[in-house]
Ligand binder design. Structure first.
Ligand code: NAP
Length: 483
């Protein structure tokens, strides 16, 4: 055991959080962990007193001081606050990686028992749809911006390879939907392929995310490290926790360059909160990860072995693992784990690890330099209840004798003008693509202003998007059916 004491920010959280966190604290104390806790608030109770962020200043200051937190699940009560306190914490400390290990535990029944599942999902944690940039485009059409950056992709893919190295793993799969979203999801794929060259000791494979979902429920044992975008990772990591016994067993860490917040994958499970029946193992395993992060490998191994021995004994398991008839309470399960401190399972080998080296990534905002770029047109998004032909012909007249021409109109991504698919079910939200007639010239602000003034005189528009050519390639997607 290291001699050093560590001060940890402790956020009990909502629902089953406080009971699971208390059980974990009791276990760590019994194991001899030299920890001092700073108990802080976040989540529902903070929203309820009118703090719309769900994370008070004292909590932010405590994490800033301590660099490490153990956190129960946080919920956003309906009617209070707009943003999740979890998402806020991840953004505040740039916790760009979410590591979610899944390993078959001896004694835990399940469809895949005996298959030796042992994988880790590395989920990008701050970008993608979770940036939460949403707008109603018309009263009946909503939009969420999916922001994926080269910088974010570089950080998360390097982290995945570093995780592989630190845990002695051999393969990293990058899971994307790059076949459909070639620019956003494709950016992760391209970055992964570039970054993989710096890790020749690790096998790098790309897989389409839906195929991964299928493969995971057929042959989950083939996966080692899976790196993916925020939304994909959120879903896939719940799936992988289900493979080995469920959310009650699944730990996670939100990690960035300077701060790590350890938690369970599960949420506040309000239906079982306060009943002393929740399974605290997920947060206990998160605490094991935390102890390793602090360099306290001996304590971590001891607690991990005690948990494994308790599950293996199967005499004091919680309701999620054995059903109501044979279930033990949270407290009784915790007592059993504590009683098993010092035991070593014959079925469990603690994975040998080197400390995780957090990757260095350039801090400059403009990581990618283009050798050439040109602005070649504008997508203008309009609200319109008439037909595609009326809209198209009307706009052709509006831009007659101007530097821009109407190239096409799409509705929910399908081209509907000048030609349309017969089965399109129209909504009142239209993308109208205007291109410069002179293909050698660059779009000027005056062109944009003129277009907005002309179209705006007769049509309701809600946003415009410039169409770029970067390094000689169009840097925007085509509509389905667009030539
Ligand atoms: P959830 O809280 O994870 O619960 C889903 C179900 O999983 C529960 O109803 C329960 O199943 C089971 N479960 C989860 N953890 C368990 C445990 N430790 N022991 C035993 N069973 C457990 O998901 P949710 O109901 O979708 O979310 C509830 C709230 O939590 C939401 O406000 C959500 O936003 C928040 N949330 C927070 C975090 C976080 O803080 N990191 C993560 C996810 C969700 P049974 O009903 O079958 O008993």
């Amino acid at each position: 055991m290291g001699d050093k004491r560590h001060t940890i920010t402790l956020i009990p959280g909502d629902g089953i959080g406080p009971e699971c966190v208390d059980a974990t604290r009791r276990l760590l104390q019994a194991a001899g962990a030299a920890l001092d806790w700073e108990v802080c608030k976040a989540g529902a109770e903070v929203f309820r007193v009118g703090d719309a962020t769900g994370v008070p200043r004292e909590t932010i200051d405590s994490i800033t001081r301590n660099h490490v937190a153990l956190k129960g699940p946080l919920e956003t009560p309906v009617g209070f606050g707009e943003r999740s306190a979890n998402v806020t914490l991840r953004g505040l400390f740039e916790l760009y990686g979410n590591l979610r290990p899944t390993r078959e535990l001896p004694g835990v029944p399940g469809v895949f028992a005996g298959r030796q599942i042992d994988l880790i999902v590395v989920r990008e944690n701050v970008e993608d749809l979770y940036a939460g940039i949403e707008h109603m485009q018309t009263p009946g059409v909503a939009q969420c911006l999916k922001l994926i950056t080269r910088k974010g992709c570089e950080k998360i893919t390097r982290l995945a390879f570093e995780v592989a190295r630190s845990e002695g793993r051999k393969t990293v799969h990058c899971a994307t939907k790059a076949n459909i979203m070639k620019l956003t999801e494709g950016l992760l794929k391209r970055t992964f392929e570039d970054v993989a060259k710096d890790y020749p000791d690790i096998r790098a494979e790309h897989i389409i995310i839906d195929n991964l979902a299928h493969q995971l429920v057929r042959w989950p044992e083939q996966y080692d490290v899976i790196v993916t975008t925020n939304m994909n990772g959120d879903i896939i990591s719940d799936l992988t926790s289900g493979l080995t016994g469920g959310l009650g067993l699944a730990p996670a860490v939100n990690i960035g360059a300077g701060v790590a917040i350890f938690e369970a994958v599960h949420g506040s499970a309000p239906t079982i909160a306060g009943k002393n029946i929740a399974n605290p193992t997920a947060i206990m395993c998160a605490a094991v990860m935390m102890m390793r992060h602090l360099g306290e490998f001996e304590i971590a191994d001891k607690v991990e072995q005690a948990i494994v021995c308790t599950l293996e004994d199967g005499k004091a398991l919680t309701v999620d693992l054995v059903g109501t008839e044979f279930a033990s309470s949270t407290d009784r399960y915790t007592d059993a784990v504590i009683a098993n401190l010092g035991r070593v399972s014959e079925l469990w080998r603690v994975r040998q690890r080197h400390p995780l080296r957090m990757p260095e990534t350039p801090r400059r905002p403009d990581m990618v330099k283009a050798s050439s770029r040109r602005e070649m047109g504008i997508d203008m998004f309009l609200e319109w209840t008439g037909s595609a032909t009326e809209l198209g012909q009307g706009l052709e007249r509006v831009v007659e004798n101007t530097p821009l021409r109407l190239k096409m109109i799409s509705n929910r991504g399908m081209q509907v003008y000048p030609t349309a698919a017969p089965g399109t079910d129209y909504v009142d939200h239209w993308r109208c693509r205007f291109m410069l007639r002179d293909t050698k010239s660059d779009l000027a602000d005056a062109h944009v202003a003129e277009l907005v003034a002309r179209v705006g005189a007769s049509h309701k528009w809600m946003h415009i998007e410039k169409l770029l050519e970067i390094d000689g390639q169009p840097a925007f997607s085509k509509a389905q059916g667009e030539s």
